[in-house]
Design a protein around this ligand. Structure first.
Ligand code: MF3
Ligand code: CO
Length: 250
């Protein structure tokens, strides 16, 4: 069952989404060589709590921290650690914040100092793939239309789509129906209706699509060691299109 949010619920989701946006804006200036991913997590956790949000990832199925921090060949669900960022790294910060029970979820990949042209290309086109997916959001379109648009854009730009992980509905839970894959055929899957809220989140690899999970039970990495990027927005289906609930504030 895909939940349809009432106007009152949408107001709370807008608030949760705005907290996510503000946290990303807050942390951006700290993303520099020398800081550890654990320090980034602690700063964000304090920011979330100071702003009356809930760091939903912390404790979710045993995940230990507020943020997922995924560096270079880490695709998603990296655990903040004593790793010190260095010039040339890319890092994805993925966060879910709750407000009065409603969740907002967004990820961006950030550059640390000067990065290679390959990493720049990967970041630029992963973000654009996300917006290609978002453009398909309107009542009457289907989930497959989003999936196909993301995949087509990724492949046109020679990037691989991670297939094992996908976007999702969101509301009182961080993961609700439906799944939102980043590949597939147009015209299939559930139909979008006004009041649905979904997270679209392409994870694209510079090299091959294959991934594996570390023994920590969370961190997903590319098998070939090439970099991966991840961009995610929480998106409301409106009467005639969409509204991004986690707008970029930078
Ligand atoms: N944004 C991530 C997702 O949609 C958040 C999950 S991280 C977890 O999968 F640690 F909380 F699981
Ligand atoms: Co998500």
């Amino acid at each position: 069952m895909i939940s349809i949010k009432s106007e009152k619920e949408i107001e709370l989701m807008r608030h949760a989404g705005m907290l996510v946006s503000k946290m990303h804006k807050f942390i951006k200036p700290y993303i520099k060589a020398g800081i550890t991913t654990k320090e980034l997590d602690k700063l964000c956790e304090k920011f979330i709590i100071d702003n009356e949000g809930v760091p939903t990832c912390k404790g979710y199925e045993g995940f230990p921290t507020a943020l997922c921090t995924s560096v270079n060949d880490e695709v998603v669900h990296g655990i903040p650690s004593n790793y010190k960022l260095k010039n040339g790294d890319i890092i994805t910060i993925d966060v879910v914040i709750g407000y009065k029970g409603y969740q907002g979820d967004a990820a961006w990949t950030y550059a640390v100092g000067d990065i290679s042209d390959e990493k720049k290309y990967l970041m630029e086109h992963t973000e654009k793939a996300l917006y290609e997916g978002i453009k398909m959001v309107k009542p009457g379109n289907r989930i497959g239309d989003i999936s196909h648009a993301v995949e087509e854009y990724a492949h046109e730009h020679n990037l691989s789509v991670v297939e094992e992980l996908c976007g999702h509905g969101i509301g009182l839970e961080m993961h609700e129906a439906p799944d939102v894959p980043n590949f597939g055929r147009p015209g299939v899957g559930p139909r979008l209706k006004e009041g649905m809220v979904i997270c679209i989140e392409p994870m694209l690899n510079y090299g091959l699509k294959n991934i594996y999970q570390l023994d920590d039970g969370w961190t997903i990495k590319t098998l070939d060691g090439q970099p991966s990027a991840h961009y995610e927005h929480t998106v409301l289906v409106t009467k005639d299109g969409y509204e991004i609930l986690t707008p970029r504030l930078d």
